[in-house]
Design a protein around this ligand. Structure first.
Ligand code: DAH
Length: 349
């Protein structure tokens, strides 16, 4: 845009330059130079006044369109606060319509986690949440995975670029077992007082998976830990059987198959007789449902937490939540859980 009047042309140049330097772009509309030009109008002769006034208005529109044109750019530059409520990072004109809070409902996974946690709570277990970022020590070392051991590859997850003080990246935990060391270490005084450590830990876990109908990068597990004097595998079976009876409302047979986990010795996979609600037919494959990994806590895991394995023993288990919820509700694709789709979620209200 060019201006005939030299004074206006000069002011336009100054203001364009200033605009590039301003942090609050709308301040340009309050520039004293612009006000001074307006103040000059009454001093002008009648025939000058019209063209002068027109050019000032033009300049004002130019500045306004600079401000408006800049808006999307300013928006892009705003840092996104990922912890803010979702509408904070969006400008007001694009404000999404929020659903009334009373129309909200619990996520089907949360409903299930609360049911399971409640059963264990009534059995005397404390409920503690896991964490969604952890370190190599809690993910592997404290769970008796030797450095470079191939078993580490079974737990391929996401890592940060940033390294911790030992030069390892931080990890998005691939299982809730990362909490075992913390729980054992912080609760070991209970053992000295003659009380057991009894904790369940539900939370999100993460794996670097190829995604399909049965594999997600983010899913949920519930970990269980029980340590005390004279704790043995029979108590592990009794605890899990009691839980399953309460959960399915049926007294179901269970079987333990030998398995391998570095943090338990011996290690098992527990299969439960498929409850009637989850059984499609009478075939042998339909009879058993492999439900969870479990075992007697490895002496090294206890030792690393400062618990003497000669005096105390314990058991632990870890169960995935999604598969169970899918079977119970006939959900065919695990990706629905994270989709946030209301058509899906509203079925569980
Ligand atoms: N963390 C194991 C997994 O995700 C599951 C598991 C197995 C947990 C045995 C345990 C356990 O506490 O004792 O594959």
């Amino acid at each position: 845009m060019s201006y005939q009047n030299p004074k206006i042309a000069e002011t336009a140049e100054t203001l364009r330059q200033r605009f590039t330097e301003l942090t609050v772009k709308t301040d340009i509309l309050k520039a004293v130079e612009l006000k001074a030009l307006y103040a000059e109008i009454p001093t002008l002769s009648n025939d000058q006044r019209a063209s002068f006034g027109q050019e000032i208005n033009q300049l004002k529109s130019e500045l306004e369109s600079m401000v408006n044109g800049h808006q999307p750019e300013a928006e892009k530059l705003l840092p996104i606060d990922v912890t803010a409520p979702f509408d904070r990072n969006i400008s007001l004109d694009k404000h999404p319509t929020l659903l009334p809070a009373e129309n909200g409902s619990k996520h089907p996974l949360i409903i299930e986690i609360e049911r399971i946690a409640d059963i264990f709570y009534r059995m005397g277990f404390e409920v503690i949440e896991s964490r969604e970022i952890d370190d190599e020590y809690h993910m592997f070392t404290a769970l008796n995975f030797p450095e470079g051991h191939p078993a580490r590859d079974d737990y391929d997850t996401f890592m940060t670029v940033q390294k911790d003080k030992n030069g390892h990246p931080l990890v998005a935990p691939a299982h809730t077992s990362t909490m075992q060391h913390r729980v054992l270490k912080t609760q070991k005084e209970k053992l000295e007082k003659g009380e057991p450590i009894a904790v369940v830990i539900p939370d999100r876990v993460f794996r670097n998976e190829d995604l399909d109908a049965t594999h997600e990068h983010t899913f949920h597990q519930i970990e269980g830990i029980y340590v005390g004097k004279g704790v043995h595998a029979g108590m592990l079976i009794a605890t899990l059987k009691t839980y399953l009876k309460e959960y399915f409302g049926e007294d179901l047979q269970v079987k333990l198959q030998p398995f391998y986990f570095p943090f338990t010795e011996p290690s098992f996979e527990l299969a439960v007789e498929r409850p009637s609600i989850l059984r499609k037919d009478d075939s042998e494959e339909q009879k058993w449902l492999e439900l969870l990994g479990c075992g007697m806590i490895h002496p090294n895991v206890l030792k690393m937490a400062g618990i003497d394995p000669e005096i105390y023993t314990g058991f632990a288990w870890g169960q995935g939540v999604e598969r169970m919820v899918m079977m119970k509700n006939g959900i065919e694709d695990i990706r629905h859980f994270q989709s946030g789709k209301l058509e899906f979620l509203r079925q569980f209200v």
